[in-house]
Design a protein around this ligand. Structure first.
Ligand SMILES: *Cc1c(COP(=O)(O)O)cnc(C)c1O
Length: 818
């Protein structure tokens, strides 16, 4: 049946917007969304063949042959709506109001996911809790989270995040929280407060129908929150707390003691402390988060003993998923953050990125899922089947008991048994996903499988890269494509991993400098179109074999490729490079006529794009020059397109131009350095996330007396008695020698420690006299924490590009998701 528009009656238990993440097709409704780079409607036919029987589609995309084809599908319901995300939100709203369980809504600038997880830990013994998976807090994540509410749930905990104005208004009716937690409101600075106020008000909309709101009263924001709530929801009880102001509803006392802390809670105008407990947390941000959760648990009616007991299970939350190189050409995906079903469901699709490798899953018994063994394991088997895993290694007695359900499984009673068996040594050329409950100590398995190298590492946050890409997608809109520049090992970040991430995010194009870089990507499962900027004539065979697309910048190259294709009977896609002022590679304006004439006689060549490169888009001083480049390019591209009789993609913008010259975005932009969050633009600085951290560790600490010298050439001199730390990084790792003698600093325990003396080849020394607690083995951050890469580059009198690409091969790349 094809239904015009709503109301919608879904029979499916699950909803998915991602055609790749459907593991129970008969029971999943597919919501087709037209995204920035791909269109869910394209996958409907495949999904129908897989067994999906409920679809929500958009009118605008319900065109062409699709309606005709779909009218033949049997037992299928299709609703054609104006906007599928709006519809999803409406559905979630209706689902939400069908249940009257208490719901806690969490928002704020930081700490949402941590609060959600800890509140879950505190309440899960007394309630049957449904919560957002990981950090599903967006316009799409929230409705999907809400859809999971079922009748046996007795408490909901959901987080909401917004990136734009007016978004919270959409999320409020979906979550409709009775209780609210406002975790943290960035840093409110009085000079920015006018804009901060607007953001704050937007976030508060989540609580306009709440009965109680918990937040930490700070001098900057308290008054404003009170006024806003008074205006919009005057009956809401504000449960404010403070560690300094006894006039708030609850006075909280923290005492950090080594790795644990004591917390005491006292109500206003009452003399006795009503809660006095210990948690294994020791930093301010964590204490703030756990305080919210403890107060919320109290508000939900948990008594002292219940809260105290549950607090014992509170641990710092690591949502990190690490992708590491393993021994025997294995790739490890270390995701031991949680081993519940949602976690597994979210992690399994990562296998997709490694089609060329065997897939091995190592799991432990699933703890604390609240599901019966007889239900749980068949569901897991079903899920695994869908992802075509070659082998499962199961650890724990439950998995041993349920072994017969699995196709390919070896089971062990404990992690030690697995390691002692030596069976891990037979795993090679595989991608291995590890998900184990904490008590199974999967770190021992990671240890056994990980390659161990030099300990200085470049940490690359893949989620930050995805967020930065999403930022650009939404900035440039649907009509402009994105080309990801992954030349020079993706600026040193690792071409294969970065290309995989970009590919999985639906990037339109990738670009490398040389043919071999492109071949390497193809050999590692990259199927996205790849442009090669500097192809060589001898490489044409490889270029064609690996479906690479050369950039053609001269007549000799053009003639050579045409001749090659003619002789071998091949067709090829090419990109035409024009020089509009960079004076590097490309056809000059006066070449255009001859170029189009030649192209007209080269039927084997298909021009996919016409491009040029800006010489100074980052510098407003060269505005006129840059605008002239853009105009010249448009003019030339236009005449080429006219002569060709088709319109190839036009592109000229690099990262800096996207923001500085919106008129240069044209059909495609070429995104390079800004993917890593490195930008000189203030607007972008606010929206982009830093993706790179270069860190090393302290090898040794020495006391230095007044007058003693440090390092080669005795250039480091101590005027007072002090302490130095020797770090395991030097100029051979890419730490620029110009940063010696106090020019650069490292961040150790949050303190900036200037370099002392010259940087050596493999080591350098820093002044740690100001850190009494400093010890050998401590981490030292070269950039990515308090020290930004762009500032470090300035100090070294170079540019971030050079620092990044100079980080040597022996520095281990570690990929993380926070
Ligand atoms: C490297 C490169 C880019 C990307 O530059 P960023 O400044 O890193 O964005 C774009 N276009 C061409 C031709 C390049 O060589």
């Amino acid at each position: 049946m094809i239904y015009p528009n709503e109301p919608i009656q879904l029979k499916s238990t699950y909803i998915s917007l991602d055609s790749r993440q459907i593991y129970d097709p008969e029971n999943t409704a597919f919501v087709a969304v037209r995204g920035i780079n791909h269109d869910g409607h394209q996958y409907m036919e495949t999904l129908y063949q897989k067994g999906v029987r409920e679809f929500i589609v958009e009118k605008g995309s319900w065109v062409g042959q699709l309606p005709e084809k779909a009218s033949q599908w049997t037992n299928t319901s299709i609703w054609v709506v104006d906007n599928s995300i709006k519809t999803l939100q409406n559905l979630a709203h209706l689902h939400r109001i069908a249940f009257n369980l208490p719901v806690v809504g969490i928002t704020g600038s930081n700490g949402k996911t941590t609060c959600k997880e800890w509140l879950y830990t505190l309440t899960k013994n007394e309630f049957n809790v449904v919560r957002s998976p990981k950090s599903f807090n967006s316009q799409i994540g929230v409705p999907l989270s809400i859809w999971a509410i079922q009748s046996h749930h007795t408490l909901g905990i959901f987080e909401a995040g917004i990136s734009k104005m007016n978004e919270m208004g959409q999320l409020e009716p979906i979550i409709h929280p009775e209780y609210g937690i406002f975790t943290h409101f960035g840093e409110a600075h009085s000079q920015h407060f006018e804009t901060d106020k607007i953001k704050l008000t937007e976030k508060l909309k989540l609580f306009w129908h709440s009965k109680k709101l918990i937040y930490r009263a700070s001098e900057e924001t308290n008054e404003w929150i009170r006024l806003e709530m008074q205006k919009n929801n005057p009956t809401c009880e504000l449960v404010t707390w403070s560690t300094t102001d006894p006039n708030q509803s609850i006075f909280v006392y923290w005492k950090i003691n080594g790795t644990r802390s004591q917390l005491k809670f006292q109500k206003k105008n009452q003399s006795e402390v009503f809660l006095d407990l210990h948690v294994e947390l020791c930093d301010e941000a964590s204490l703030e988060n756990i305080t919210h959760c403890i107060i919320q648990a109290h508000v939900l009616g948990l008594d002292k003993a219940q809260i105290e007991l549950a607090c014992k299970a509170i641990r710092p939350i690591s949502m990190r998923l690490e992708i590491k190189e393993g021994v025997r050409n294995n790739q490890l995906i270390d995701d031991s953050y949680n081993n519940d079903m949602d976690g597994l469901r979210l992690a399994l699709p990562l296998f997709k990125r490694y089609e060329e490798k065997s897939k091995v899953l190592i799991i432990s018994d699933f703890m604390e899922t609240g599901q019966k063994e007889g239900d749980l394991y068949p569901t897991i088997v079903q899920l695994i089947k869908h992802h075509r895993i070659d082998h499962v290694i199961g650890i724990g007695s439950q998995l041993e008991r349920n072994k017969h359900l699995f196709n390919q499984i070896s089971t062990y009673s404990s992690t030690e048994d697995l390691i002692d068996s030596g069976d891990l040594n037979t795993v090679h050329d595989s991608v291995i996903l590890l998900k184990g409950a904490r008590k199974f100590s999967f770190e021992k398995i990671v240890n056994a499988l990980e390659t161990k190298t030099h300990c200085t590492q470049l940490e690359i946050n893949l989620e930050a890269i995805e967020n930065n890409l999403t930022y650009y997608k939404s900035t440039i809109g649907n009509d402009t494509k994105i080309m990801g520049m992954v030349k020079a090992h993706a600026y040193g970040a690792g071409a294969i991993e970065i290309a995989k991430v970009l590919q999985s995010q639906g990037i339109d194009y990738l670009t490398v400098a040389f043919t071999d870089e492109g071949v390497n990507l193809r050999k590692n499962g990259i199927y996205t179109p790849i442009m090669v900027m500097n192809p060589q004539i001898e490489e044409f065979e490889k270029i064609i074999e690996y479906a690479l697309e050369p950039e053609i910048y001269s007549f000799s190259m053009l003639d050579a490729i045409d001749e090659y294709c003619f002789h071998h009977g091949k067709n090829i896609k090419i990109h035409i490079k024009l020089d509009t002022g960079m004076k590097r590679l490309g056809f000059e304006p006066e070449d255009i006529d001859q170029l189009t004439e030649k192209l007209g006689q080269m039927p084997h060549l298909w021009v996919v794009s016409v491009l040029s490169h800006l010489a100074a888009s980052e510098n407003p001083k060269h505005k006129e020059f840059t605008e002239n480049q853009i105009n010249q390019f448009k003019h030339a591209a236009k005449s080429i397109s006219t002569e060709l009789g088709h319109r190839p993609l036009w592109h000229i913008a690099n990262s800096a131009a996207i923001q500085n010259y919106p008129e240069s975005r044209l059909d495609m932009v070429r995104l390079g350095i800004n993917l890593y969050g490195i930008t000189g633009n203030l607007i972008e600085k606010k929206s982009l996330e830093n993706a790179l951290i270069l860190k090393t560790y302290i090898s040794q600490i020495k006391n230095v007396k007044k007058g003693e010298s440090v390092g080669y050439g005795r250039l480091g001199q101590f005027k007072e008695n002090g302490k130095i730390a020797t770090l395991a990084i030097g100029y051979a790792d890419g730490y620029n020698r110009a940063l010696g003698n106090g020019v650069g600093s490292f961040e150790i325990q949050g303190v900036l420690c200037p370099t002392v003396g010259n940087i050596c080849m493999d080591m350098c020394m820093v002044d740690v006299s100001n850190i009494p607690q400093v010890k050998e083995g401590d981490e030292a951050i070269a950039f990515g924490g308090k020290i930004q890469l762009s500032d470090l580059a300035k100090l070294a009198q170079t540019i971030p590009y050079e620092i990044m690409t100079n980080i040597s091969e022996r520095v281990k790349r570690v990929y993380v998701r926070e």
